[in-house]
Design a protein around this ligand. Structure first.
Ligand code: GLU
Length: 434
């Protein structure tokens, strides 16, 4: 005899990135009055691939790593999005990151859908040879769903230009021709774009500049705390310093430094660059940089400042610390740094948030420029790349801002409304293939 079991309501997990994406998605879909079927189409990832990556380690041991590639949506064009190498990567996170790419590409109006990949590994504990073997085997295993017209990866946490070069080469060897447009964020010699490395930080700087213009009583020289000193936070901090702002705190994976009157940002970034060139066992982190330190390093989020830039990973501003945030403006360099619960509190407290899917979209925007240049075989000057990036960020911010004003909602909700509306329109025009 079978017993009917009442389905338990889904447990809401504040720290699930996919839940965080879905909560914002539902709020925007409610506003747009999308019916259930359309919501299901837009929310559900189109394809999810999990692959085993067997590798001979330098020690001779054979180990199997796990890799993912999620293609969330390709209605607006090939899937686009980075590949993350990190010990805690999981399918829920990759799924969320893929969906965020769909919304991000839609907001900045570039002809891509969203995808994301990940490999569970700790790049800091792997040799160059091991990293190369993991990257090549992972690429070969997801080959069938990659391609300049299908799915175009890029760097993300734990991967870089070298990783992209290996992906490009592995793909090219399989298709028997050099196919540069299969990945972006490549070295310049291999079809990379000028300005791509700095693009996310530069885009963030433009987004902050536009946001500051819309706020009353913000100082021309803002005090900014930056969490994360990598490709987004480090470069972002340097560009914001050059714009005349004061970086009052900066953190990396081991430490956070603090100077209420402003850090010597160029010196800190030069020191970090020097450390990045050291062999892994000699490399130092901000916990050994001279000066005042914040402990634990997450205290950086709560210090006295005008602008907070979370530019590390997900789930940093949460129900646990949101009441202690002192910044009046948050510009999200990372993907998913604020949980949906914390968002509501920030809204109530009148703290303005430039959401990730707008604030960090400079990276994928210049990835698009790189893909276009590869396909044309004609490369642009850095001035042209930067000017087009600025144009894209300024107009995208203006569209999100005016939607927020018109609908009486936060910038985050406005960004989702715009993004979803555009993808839903394309869906209606294309219809369903059956
Ligand atoms: N990983 C970056 C992001 O999250 C860049 C993606 C891309 O350029 O495709 O936006």
């Amino acid at each position: 005899m079978s017993h009917a079991v009442a389905a338990a309501p889904p447990v809401k997990d504040e720290f699930s990135p996919f839940q965080a994406m879905a909560d914002r998605f539902e709020a925007a879909a409610d506003y747009l009055k999308l019916d259930k079927g359309v919501r299901d189409v837009l929310r559900t990832p189109d394809r999810e691939l999990t692959v085993a990556i067997p590798i001979h380690m330098d020690s001779g041991e054979l180990r199997v790593f796990t890799g993912y590639r999620v293609q969330h949506n390709f209605l607006r064009g090939p899937c686009k999005g980075g590949i993350r190498f990190a010990p805690d990567v999981n399918l829920d996170e990759v799924r969320a990151l893929a969906a965020w790419m769909t919304w991000k590409c839609s907001i900045v109006g570039i002809p891509f859908g969203g995808g994301k990949g990940g490999v569970i590994c700790d790049p800091k504990l792997l040799s160059q040879g091991e990293l190369e073997r993991i990257t090549r085997r992972y690429t070969a295993s997801i080959m069938d769903i990659l391609g300049p017209d299908r799915d175009v990866p890029a760097p993300d946490v734990g991967t870089n230009e070298q990783t992209m070069a290996w992906i490009m080469d592995t793909y090219s060897m399989h298709v028997r021709r050099t196919s540069t447009a299969v990945v972006t964020g490549k070295p310049l010699n291999l079809g990379g774009s000028k300005g791509r490395r700095e693009a996310t930080g530069r885009g963030l700087m433009f987004a902050m500049r536009e946001a500051l213009k819309t706020m009353k009583d913000m100082p021309a020289q803002a005090r900014i705390a930056v969490q994360g000193a990598g490709n987004v936070g480090g470069i972002g901090a340097l560009l914001l310093h050059r714009e005349g702002h004061k970086i009052v705190a900066l953190s990396d994976e081991r430490g956070a430094i603090h100077a209420p009157t402003g850090l010597d940002t160029p010196a800190v970034i030069a020191w970090l660059d020097e450390q990045a060139r050291q062999p892994k066992e000699k490399r130092k982190f901000l916990d050994s940089y001279p000066g005042e330190h914040l402990t634990p390093k997450e205290k950086l989020l709560e210090i006295e400042c005008d602008v907070l830039v979370p530019a590390a990973v997900e789930n940093q501003i949460t129900s646990r610390n949101v009441d202690r945030i002192k910044a009046r403006l948050i510009v999200e360099g990372a993907n998913g740094p604020t949980t949906a619960v914390a968002d509501e509190v920030l809204d109530r407290r009148g703290i303005v948030v430039v959401p990730d899917i707008l604030a960090n979209a400079g990276g994928v925007t210049v990835s698009y420029f790189e893909w276009v240049q590869d396909r044309m075989g004609y490369f642009w000057t850095e001035e042209v790349v930067n000017a087009r990036l600025e144009q894209t960020m300024v107009s995208s911010f203006a569209e999100v801002h005016s939607t927020a004003k018109k609908c009486g909602v936060s910038l985050r909700k406005a960004a989702y409304i715009l993004a979803l509306d555009r993808v839903a329109t394309v869906y209606r025009q294309r219809g369903i293939f059956a």
